[in-house]
Write a protein that binds this ligand. Structure first.
Ligand code: MG
Length: 252
């Protein structure tokens, strides 16, 4: 049976701009064992920019090897067909706009939270007021924190939590760990769930999503979470590795 591998990027393949040791060899090894796609929740960059980074760091890949949350959210918003307000980078806004999504704060029925280190008080206040007026809250990436080369930083989930608390609304996450994301990834791989693996560093996104979706989960301790967090988060991976470098100990 053909094996399929969904590989996270941040904290699994790289940290910031540094490739993790052994990552390229591990990817080549997995490619010799089945089909590989890169699965990232990164929502502050377009798929093209993520792909350029993959290539720049020495990994061979084309756009057919990459699933970003962007693609999944676009599909979702197209089906909703409503005016949207975005808290995200202008890159992302332009991409959605070019792909046919109407973006306008006035009368928006959907608030989309992406990720932008430069988002300010007004951006979140506008989102808050639209939610009070009845808009839906859609989240591209609900990570509370994210790993970077200099350590851990606050993620978009921090602001989403605040908006939920203030408005009493429950957000809908479209990126990992949601089924929307895993359905799209599975469609790209075309493999059987039983022979499909998610490899990632985040229990609450990669591992939780994989477990709920019914594929195999492998936690790598090179990013956000490690073995000691398993009980804390109440998410149990099928396998735990120090890093993706050791993948051949699991995948034969
Ligand atoms: Mg990650």
């Amino acid at each position: 049976m053909m094996k399929g591998f969904m590989i996270d990027l941040d904290g699994t393949i790289w940290r910031g701009n540094n490739l993790l040791p052994g990552a390229v060899d591990a990817i080549n090894y997995l490619r010799s064992k089945g089909k590989v796609i890169f699965c990232t929740n990164a929502s502050s960059n377009t798929p093209q920019i993520v792909l350029e980074k993959i290539n720049r760091l020495g990994i061979r890949a084309t756009k057919n090897d990459l699933l970003t949350t962007y693609v999944v959210v676009l599909d979702f918003l197209k089906k909703q067909n409503k005016k949207c307000y975005f808290v995200s980078t202008s890159h992302i806004k332009n991409m959605f706009s070019n792909d046919g999504i109407v973006i306008d704060a006035k009368g928006a029925k959907i608030v989309v939270i992406g990720f932008n280190e430069k988002s300010n008080y007004n951006d979140y206040d506008t989102a808050f007021r639209l939610l009070l007026d009845g808009a839906k809250l859609i989240v591209m990436n609900n990570a509370l924190t994210y790993p970077y080369s200099d350590g851990t930083h606050i993620g978009p989930g921090f602001f989403v939590n605040g908006l939920e608390k203030l408005t009493g609304k429950k957000s809908l996450t479209i990126g990992k760990p949601s089924k929307y994301y895993f359905i799209a990834a599975m469609k790209m791989l075309g493999t059987d769930k039983k022979y499909t693996y998610m490899i990632g560093d985040d229990l609450t996104m990669d591992i939780k999503g994989a477990n709920e979706f019914g594929i195999n989960s492998i936690l790598v301790e090179s990013g956000t979470h490690s073995k000691k967090d398993v009980n804390l988060e109440n998410v149990k991976p099928d396998y735990i590795l120090k890093s993706i470098k050791d993948i051949s100990s699991i995948i034969k």
